[in-house]
Structures are given as C-alpha cells and as structure tokens.
Design a protein around this ligand. Structure first.
Ligand code: GUN
Length: 305
C-alpha cells in the first residue's frame, strides 16, 4: 500500500453533509414555477395569513423569515400582529374571518402563544383546508390513516431530504427521539408510510443510547442542545437533527453534537442549514397545494350549481 493510501485509511471517516439549503432552494424553485402557472391559469394568487400574538423576538424573527420566503416564491404574505393581551374571543374571531375569506389560502398562527391563550383551541379552529402547518387533528388523523392531507412542515421536510439524498427507508430501522405532536409523532408516521420499522423514544425510554444505536436513520427532535453524541450512533447511520437551540453565547446548535457525530454517521444534517430551512420550504409548498385544492373545490362547486 502506498504511503498516501495508508494515510487515508488512518484518517477518521467523515459523514456526508446533507445540504438543507440546497434542497430547500430546489423545493422553492418548484413552488415558484407552480405558482406562476397557477397565476397564469386562474388570474389569482396564493396568500398566506400569518398571525403573530405578542412580541416574542424568536417568533418575530421566524415570521420575518417566512415573509421573505413568501416574497421569493410569489405568495402574498398577509401579516396580522396582535398585542400579547389579546383575548381568546378576539383571536377566534380573526381565525373565523380568515377561514371565510376566499382570498386567504393558508393560515398560520405562530406558536407559542402568550400565556392565557389556548393553543389547542386555536389549532382546532383553523379550517383544515387552510391548515398549512398540518397541526389540525383532521390533518394529523388523515396522516395516521394514510389519507391525503396537509403534512406538518418539519417532518415533511425531513422526508424530502431523505429522498433527495437517496436514503433507503424500506425495511430500515428508523428511531425518532421525541414525541411532540408537531414533529416526533407525525415524523414516525411518515417513516412508517414508507415501510421503515419505526421506534419512538422519549424522556422515559430506558437506555436511550442503546436504542438509538440500532437506528439506520436517527431523527433527533428532543430540544436538548447537543445531547446526541457519537455514542448514540451506529456507524454509517443517517442522522437528522431537528433541534434548533441557542447556547448561552448565542450560537445556534442542534440536538446532535455535530463534531462528535461526524466521525461515526454516514450522513448528517447540520444546524443551521439542515432541517430548519426545509420546514419553511415545505410551508411554501403546503400553501400552494392548499390554494390549488381550494380553487379546484370552488370550480367543482360552480359546476354543481
Ligand atoms: N413555532 C415554532 N415552529 C412553528 C411552526 O412550524 N408553526 C407555527 N405555527 N408555529 C411555530
């Protein structure tokens, strides 16, 4: 063996970096084309109503980024900023108004809501046809039953990344760490739909590292900075980091200890530039999908008259 080859063998393996920014740009470019065609065919434009209650800086920043995405793909962003002391009745009335407005394709109420407002009631009040977050029980139920419907954006974005990087799921063991209604549970069902064998882990799971080490695909959605290190990862596994955590010095980190995981995983998403950008790209896709479905429903209602 040549000297150069020996050096190569001795060097620790490095995982392939899954480039969320690149794939999100592809998704948004598809969405932009779909929207252009829709506008030409119907003369109408998709629109997304974004409701922000209170002045949480992180939520303000998320909404700003979503507005920028809308602008890039040709969705009209309608902003509704309400004070933190908004009553449930007032918020309900706004949602009712947006549900009834044919010019609104999608409705997003930025979470978390200020204390005193009922998030569950808000999620259930949004018309499932306009629920571009995919949080409504009807949409989650449809996912569980394998029916078409709005899929939650983060888990849907993870599936796009896995597909674009050609990561096989059929018969593979996927371990999802986290059981939230917006990521962990829907993620598990999307993976199951693709014939993966799925394990959902949570804070009471015994010997979490050992369970995670069985994963061919490991999805970390726990909300604990850098909790998942190399000792949780089977060599060659695909590691998807859904976490977005800010450390004390302001740095953005995921739920995975990226540096440690890099030498064991086969492929891995970075933070930032991994799953987060895909969430917003899938929100854009859900909004045009909702708009097209609403237009088709209106057309068939006109024909029935
Ligand atoms: N807050 C943090 N992430 C999200 C999201 O995906 N949708 C909404 N509505 N609120 C959020």
């Amino acid at each position: 063996m040549s000297k150069a080859n020996t050096a190569n063998t001795a060097r620790a393996a490095t995982a392939q970096i899954i480039d969320g920014r690149m794939i999100a740009a592809l998704v948004k470019s598809d969405v932009r084309l779909l929207i252009e065609r829709f506008k030409l065919e119907t003369g109408a434009s998709p629109s997304l109503a974004m409701v922000l209650v209170g002045d949480d800086p992180a939520s303000q920043s998320y909404v700003r980024m979503k507005e920028r995405d809308c602008e890039q793909v040709g969705i009209i962003a309608r902003d509704y900023r309400l004070p933190a002391d908004t009553s449930q009745e007032h918020l309900n009335a706004l949602i009712d108004e947006l549900n009834a407005d044919a010019g609104v394709s999608g409705i997003l109420v930025q979470m978390p809501l200020p204390a005193g407002l009922d998030e569950e009631a808000v999620v259930e009040r949004i018309d499932p046809a306009k629920d571009v977050d995919g949080f409504h029980p009807t949409n989650l139920g449809r996912l569980l039953r394998g029916q078409p419907g709005m899929r939650p954006c983060t888990p849907a974005g993870v599936m796009v990344l896995l597909d674009q990087y050609g990561i096989e799921l059929e018969g593979k063991h996927a371990v999802v760490v986290g059981r939230s209604n917006i990521v962990g549970k829907p993620q598990a069902f999307l993976l199951l739909e693709r014939n993966a064998t799925v394990t959902i882990c949570h804070s009471r799971t015994r010997d979490l590292p050992a369970v995670c080490r069985q994963a061919d695909v490991l999805v970390a959605a726990v909300g604990r900075p850098q909790m998942i290190d190399a000792s949780y990862i089977k060599p060659g596994a695909t590691v998807i980091d859904v976490g977005i955590n800010r450390t004390e010095d302001g740095t953005l980190v995921g739920d995975v200890d990226f540096e440690s995981a890099l030498s064991v995983a086969g492929a891995i998403t970075p933070v930032p530039g991994g799953v987060g950008v895909m969430t917003r790209a899938c929100l854009m896709r859900n909004t045009i999908d909702a708009c097209v479905a609403q237009e088709a429903a209106r057309k068939s209602a006109r024909l029935m008259k």
